[in-house]
Design a protein around this ligand. Structure first.
Ligand SMILES: [Zn+2]
Length: 203
């Protein structure tokens, strides 16, 4: 089987990813990317990671996301249950070679290495997107002085179905997590984790 190109990348800034061309065009016309593309481009210049490396990171993250999808969905459910309405991102930590995927709240001032106008703009758009936009952040070790590099990947994908189902489940589950019917929860999450062919292709 031939691996298909997973995402469309904005060629203006090289920083925004889309599940399909149509999603990219709509984000440019009405989604607000046109207004911030230049700022993203300037930032990308400041902290240069080549488009090829960005695409590589994106593919790597998607691979690890698919691999740990059920566990991630469960973490998302718990986060939504305990922090209703708060935006979050998926942190992919490659500093310790584990490729660990973790849910982190989108804090505007205290996420280490993630701050500034673009971060604020990105978080606001994720919050507004009603599940259409996801934010992936990758942490990796840089060669200079063993530092840590951070890259945020705003990604629009067609996961409204998963988003709606997660939100509904988070709302209907009782407040006390110890009383959750885990058999039921696991069953719903496993169904949501099933790959959907159209997930990355249509809007
Ligand atoms: Zn752009």
């Amino acid at each position: 089987m031939q691996p298909k190109a997973l995402f469309e990348r904005c060629s203006g800034c090289g920083s925004f990813y889309y599940c399909c061309k149509a999603g990219q065009i709509s984000d440019w016309r009405v989604g607000g990317h046109r207004q911030v593309c230049g700022s993203y481009r300037d930032e990308a210049r400041e902290f240069y990671v080549s488009p090829r490396d960005r695409t590589f990171f994106c593919t790597l993250m998607n691979h690890d996301y698919q691999r740990s999808k059920t566990a991630v969905l469960q973490d998302e459910l718990v986060f939504r249950h305990t922090h209703p309405g708060e935006p979050y991102f998926l942190m992919y930590n490659y500093c310790d070679d584990k490729g660990l995927v973790k849910i982190e709240p989108c804090l505007l001032d205290s996420n280490e290495g993630l701050s500034g106008v673009l971060w604020t703009d990105t978080v606001a758009r994720v919050a507004r997107s009603k599940g259409r936009m996801h934010l992936d952040v990758i942490a990796f070790t840089t060669l200079d002085a063993g530092g840590v590099g951070w890259l945020a990947f705003p990604l629009r994908r067609n996961t409204a179905r998963v988003d709606t189902a997660l939100e509904r489940l988070a709302n209907e589950l009782p407040k006390n997590r110890d009383t959750w019917d885990m058999g039921y929860v696991t069953e719903v999450l496993a169904a949501l984790a099933l790959p959907e062919d159209s997930e990355l292709e249509t809007h």
